[in-house]
Design a protein around this ligand. Structure first.
Ligand SMILES: NC(=O)c1ccc[n+]([C@@H]2O[C@H](COP(=O)([O-])OP(=O)(O)OC[C@H]3O[C@@H](n4cnc5c(N)ncnc54)[C@H](OP(=O)(O)O)[C@@H]3O)[C@@H](O)[C@H]2O)c1
Length: 261
């Protein structure tokens, strides 16, 4: 168990709340060492042991590490000074340099979890700028391991690119599942059967990829030279991978341009 105090500004939101719950459930820190804030000052997390405040500067003053889990458009109005502290931003599209300038932190970590923090299945790449102690670096990694897997990356731009990849969490699978179901219905398959079939592909069958290499799985299925091969070849011939590349670059361009209001 670590003995630092962690503050989460926006600690009752989708990401901040899931991280707060996981930190408490996994006893990363003593319960009294977690401070969270929102604007209303009320949330069920306050009954689970976290200290809930509305004064963000008071939260910063009590904390060794501060997570910014507010939406990017709310950052400019936070008005906090975190001199000498490590600030971890979950915000998409706000550069470390902007966070240094606005908070006076000694180290800024940009981390990009996704919505699967809710089920502790997020992948969180993180990038560190500024002076950070080895113990704090290790705590950052363990913090994000509370909600899944995590890895430090060496370039800030990787965070902007990965915002459009792993940061999107269930978005690409949801798009695929919807397309499969819609196309099956358009082909005359009853709606309930189409939904079940699409869900079994995206949610259930994909579990095999936990223990199998994806390319080997494709090769093995295509080797039958049957139905699956024909379906996948139709996608390949219509430039599926290039479309994925364009989608990722479009998202990354928004992250690189910035989302601050
Ligand atoms: N959701 C995702 O899948 C995802 C993925 C990757 C990155 N992110 C990033 O994660 C951040 C949070 O996203 P989210 O989806 O968790 O948003 P969210 O659910 O809207 O949570 C934001 C929280 O911030 C609180 N808040 C707003 N202004 C505040 C202020 N001045 N002081 C204290 N608390 C304040 C809100 O509570 P009150 O309204 O009660 O104040 C709310 O609980 C965003 O910057 C986003 O770019 C999100």
């Amino acid at each position: 168990m670590s003995h630092e105090t962690l503050g989460i500004i926006g600690g009752t939101g989708w990401l901040g709340g899931a991280i707060a719950r996981a930190v408490l459930a996994k006893a990363l820190l003593p319960t009294g060492n977690l401070v969270i804030s929102n604007r209303s000052g009320s949330h069920p997390l306050a009954q689970q042991g976290a200290c809930l405040v509305t004064d963000n500067q008071a939260l910063v003053d009590r904390s060794d590490i501060v997570i910014l889990a507010v939406r990017p458009e709310h950052f400019a109005r936070l008005n906090i000074k975190a001199t000498g502290k490590t600030v971890i931003s979950l915000m998409a599209g706000i550069k470390a340099q902007t966070i240094f300038a606005q908070t006076s932190a000694s180290a800024v970590v940009r981390a990009m979890p996704n919505a699967a923090v809710e089920i502790e299945q997020s992948f969180t790449p993180w990038y560190c700028a500024g002076a950070i102690e080895a113990t704090t670096r290790s705590l950052v990694q363990r913090l994000f391991e509370c909600v899944g897997t995590a890895a430090e990356v060496q370039e800030e731009d990787f965070i902007d690119y990965l915002s459009a990849l792993s940061g999107t969490g269930p978005a690409f699978p949801a798009l695929l599942m919807t397309a499969l179901a819609n196309q099956a219905m358009a082909a005359g398959i009853p709606s309930d059967i189409a939904q079940l079939a699409a869900k079994s592909v995206v949610v259930n069958s994909s579990q095999l990829l936990v223990s199998h290499d994806a390319q080997q799985m494709i090769d093995a299925l295509v080797a039958y030279r049957g139905v699956t091969a024909a379906a996948l070849q139709a996608m390949t011939h219509s430039h599926f991978e290039e479309q994925i590349g364009r989608a990722l670059q479009a998202g990354a361009a928004v992250a690189r341009k910035g989302l601050q209001a």
